[in-house]
Design a protein around this ligand. Sequence first.
Ligand SMILES: Cc1cc2nc3c(=O)[nH]c(=O)nc-3n(C[C@H](O)[C@H](O)[C@H](O)COP(=O)(O)OP(=O)(O)OC[C@H]3O[C@@H](n4cnc5c(N)ncnc54)[C@H](O)[C@@H]3O)c2cc1C
Length: 335
Amino acid sequence: MSLRDVDEEVYDITIVGGGPVGLFATFYSGIRNMKTKLIEALPHLGGQLSTLYPDKYIRDVPGYTKILARDFVKKLEEQAMQFNPTIRLNEKVIALRRLDEKLIELETTRGLHYSKTVLLATGMGAISMKKLGIPSVDRFEGRGVFYAVTDKWAFKGKKVMIVGGGDSAVDWALNLKDVASEVMLVHRRAGFRAQEAKISELFHSNIRVFIPYVVKDAHGTERLEVVTLTNIETGEEITLEIDSLIPQIGYEMNNSFYKSWGLDVDERGIKVNEKMETSVPGIFAAGDVASPINSIKLNLITMGLAQAIIAVNCAKNYIEPSAPMFPGYTANLRL
Ligand SMILES: Cc1cc2nc3c(=O)[nH]c(=O)nc-3n(C[C@H](O)[C@H](O)[C@H](O)COP(=O)(O)OP(=O)(O)OC[C@H]3O[C@@H](n4cnc5c(N)ncnc54)[C@H](O)[C@@H]3O)c2cc1C
């Protein structure tokens, strides 16, 4: 499709977001014999797994004691493609309009699409990492300062400093300790937000942990060479030579535009009922972006996959009320 193209073909379901939840929903709607389109803003599929932690092991998806995020995405893609869905990459959905009971218009950065139902699996939205906001650090972004790790082998033999105290920071420190020549972790307070087992592994490893320190500034000529840390209790300063700085101090998710699509939102995401229906008929949400009313929200892959199954079966039933909600067992499928 070229700029401002209009795809007039009406799909049964259009899934927005090609993270694990969107990919699994794409497979599942194939099972339900629904004409399916998947639209993803990025040039690749996999969502947070491909963008934020491709080289990290996932240990809590069924059937695998551990699997690299990038390999899990490959498996999901393979599974999703079995029913020949239409996939649009590099195309961001910017508006949704319900034209009538069974027709929704999706406006993207490249054109218009039409669908009887829509499943929003947009996760954290267009992910943006929180920046340190220190001008002397920011000027080295891409030249020693990295807010995301897409290839851990790029840090082979390097002196790496990670900033933060959450899962991402601790995960990357542990993942890089056997790749980099030295790993340092800088955190502003004694308390960590990472899993207890990981914190214990951190303190039993050769990773140098600086607490309670913050990054003050950075120096270098072409690339980052030196950082200065400040102890926030004593004011003491330390200057260290490093090759790479990886701040992992959180993500920002902007869900304010969902309101302009007529959807009810709360601080956790798009509000959905037990059928994963949003406040707009025909529009469903699942995965990290969904905020199930009166229910616990766990931003985990398996939670999103189960929600995708509910959403797709309910979308099928929405466009074809005589279709059973229960899809039958896949053991009987001929693929
Ligand atoms: C460092 C880290 C480690 C983690 N480890 C684990 C783990 O071990 N186990 C576990 O279960 N979970 C883990 N998680 C959480 C897990 O990654 C998420 O729960 C999961 O990715 C949610 O999937 P999703 O498909 O809902 O959203 P996402 O993975 O966020 O995918 C959403 C996709 O939608 C796209 N998108 C957004 N807006 C638009 C738009 N307007 N138009 C088109 N496309 C759009 C985005 O580009 C993205 O590709 C981890 C998360 C992080 C950050």
